[in-house]
Ligand binder design. Sequence first.
Ligand code: KG4
Ligand code: ZN
Length: 351
Amino acid sequence: MATILAIETSCDETAAAVVSHRQVLSSVVASQIDLHRRYGGVVPELASREHLLTIGDTVNEALSKSQLAWTDIDAVATTCAPGLVGALLVGMSVGKTLSMVHQKPFLGAHHLEGHIYAAYLEHTDLQPPFLCLLVSGGHTSLIRVEGCGQYRLLGKTRDDAAGEAFDKVARLLELGYPGGPIIDRLAQQGNPRAFQLPEGNISLPEGGYHPYDASFSGLKTAVLRLIERLKADQVEPLPVEDIAASFQRAVVRALTKRAIRCAADNHLPAIVLGGGVAANSELRQTLTTLAAERDISVYVPSLKFCTDNAAMIACAASDHFDQGHRSNLDLGVYSRLPLEQVPQLYQPASH
Ligand code: KG4
Ligand code: ZN
């Protein structure tokens, strides 16, 4: 297995890492959360500018912490999709330049494939096929993983992603940004049965509900109506902990029941949790407990590898490298790119 230096700048974290044989030698994340907090969300232009300012030091720190030299690095990998185009361009320009200067092969990387691979960093026994429940700020998907670059989408949210729902509900409750960790913390002091909220069911024309797809925009609207009703009834202060706990319970139930059913229906022996929302304490615990009842194993990355980082990108790129995959230096960046199109990022190595 290869030694890869990877760069990740798809959203609001500037990250670089060195990974060798799926062992993390260094992983540096420069967070921009403080910069964006006052705007209540990520401002793309500010993100790009901050990446430019931070990326040099971040890459240098990753290499120096790995205690390796450029001669030890087999290839440079950089996230090229999906994400904010301006932000991706910063990482890609630096990654390509480093690959040229140090004469290393270059690999573009898919951000969501990185989130899937985060689980391999710490679980050496994990083997495909498995189901990945990928829950981030922009995506909520159930993905059948057959192997490196081999993915099939089995379920998704039809509107807001799970992380987006956490962030929007936190905004409704005026809790700050990013909402996920704050709601997670408040929910621990609240009553999850205080309020009944919808679990994102999607009706089918022939009756019943879609087994794997979900909708979170209705849940967000239900929270808005609840807050309006409580305010109209002059309930003060708002029972923020109870609302957070009830909302989180609805999201966790919606995600876990679909993931477990999907794994069971498709005879997949394991579920891998990935993406920023995988850091949610109730989701981690509930999925692990309920899946065990169905003899399904659950693999959960540690918190630092759930949210955006470059170690997961290096891990995915390392598998592609071992399969002889390389990217052209004229590879572009893509704000959207389905996981099924990962193979298009690569060409076989020329010998
Ligand atoms: O994967 P990620 O770091 O960035 C994207 O690729 O989108 O995910 C960020 C999302 C945000 O919406 C954030 O609120 C959510 O992950 N998040 C959480 C938790 N930690 C981060 N959501 C729920 N509970 C958490 N503990
Ligand atoms: Zn992410």
